[in-house]
Structure formats: structure tokens, C-alpha cells
Design a protein around this ligand. Structure first.
Ligand SMILES: [Zn+2]
Length: 135
């Protein structure tokens, strides 16, 4: 059964048994874990990091951004956790998943300071600069 709500529970260590409908959050380990909201029973780990997920908590409700796309498990479910609510999103097709993954790689590469292949945009900017130079 698809969940509509999830409840945050702050823990230090993740419990052995992850219960349905609870988002376990460990601040010391910068991680959150919950069971896939579609009800398939798979555990979904969302690291809280600048390059992964951002967790916001207003004292009652939590939100995770970006969305949670479970492409690695068979249900392929895709949803947002916004103010403790599960907001169901469209399933992605293979192409969208690939685009999302390469976007992810770029974010990580730039965060960790690796050399990045110039994108179309940066090349465009470079040629703009060239044309404004005095002739
Ligand atoms: Zn699922």
C-alpha cells in the first residue's frame, strides 16, 4: 500500500528493524533511512550531504530534497517527502534516469573539485567573452 505520510524519528544509531512509515534520521551519521513508501519493503538510504539530500526540519515536520527515485529497486517508485507528506511523482523512463545520474555525477565532481568536462553552457560563455574583446 502506498504511504501518504511519514513520521520523522531522530536516532543516533539506526535500529535493526526499520518500521514502515517512519523516517529514521541520524544526525551524527548524516543519514536517513526509511522503507520505500510504495510498501515494497525495501530500505531506502538517503545520505544527508551537500551532494546528496538536504533535510529540513521545522520542529514537527521534515522534508527531503531532492526527490527520492528508487531506480535501484524493482518498484522504481519516485516521490518527494515534503512536510511529512509523501508526494508521489511520475516514474522516470530510462533516459530521464540516465540524465539524472549524469547530473548527479557533475554535482559530485564539482563539489569534490574534480575536473569537469566543459558543458555546452560554459563553452558558450567562453566564446561570448572572446567576442567582447577589443578588436
Ligand atoms: Zn518500493
Amino acid at each position: 500500500m502506498k504511504l501518504r505520510m511519514i513520521r520523522p524519528k531522530f536516532v543516533r544509531l539506526m535500529p535493526d528493524r526499520i518500521e514502515n512509515g517512519i523516517l529514521y534520521i541520524s544526525i551524527p551519521f548524516s543519514t536517513a533511512i526509511h522503507k520505500c513508501a510504495c510498501g515494497c519493503g525495501e530500505e531506502v538510504v538517503t545520505p544527508i550531504k551537500p551532494t546528496d539530500w538536504t533535510l529540513t526540519w521545522n520542529g514537527e515536520a521534515v522534508s527531503l530534497t531532492p526527490s527520492i527515485g528508487n531506480w535501484g529497486i524493482s518498484c522504481q517508485s519516485h516521490y518527494w517527502i515534503t512536510d511529512n507528506k509523501i508526494v508521489w511523482s511520475r516514474k522516470w523512463n530510462l533516459r530521464q534516469i540516465e540524465t539524472g545520474r549524469s547530473f548527479d555525477r557533475n554535482v559530485k565532481a564539482s563539489y569534490y573539485g574534480e575536473t569537469r568536462v566543459p558543458t555546452h553552457e560554459t563553452r558558450q560563455q567562453a566564446s561570448d567573452t572572446d567576442s567582447t574583446e577589443p578588436q
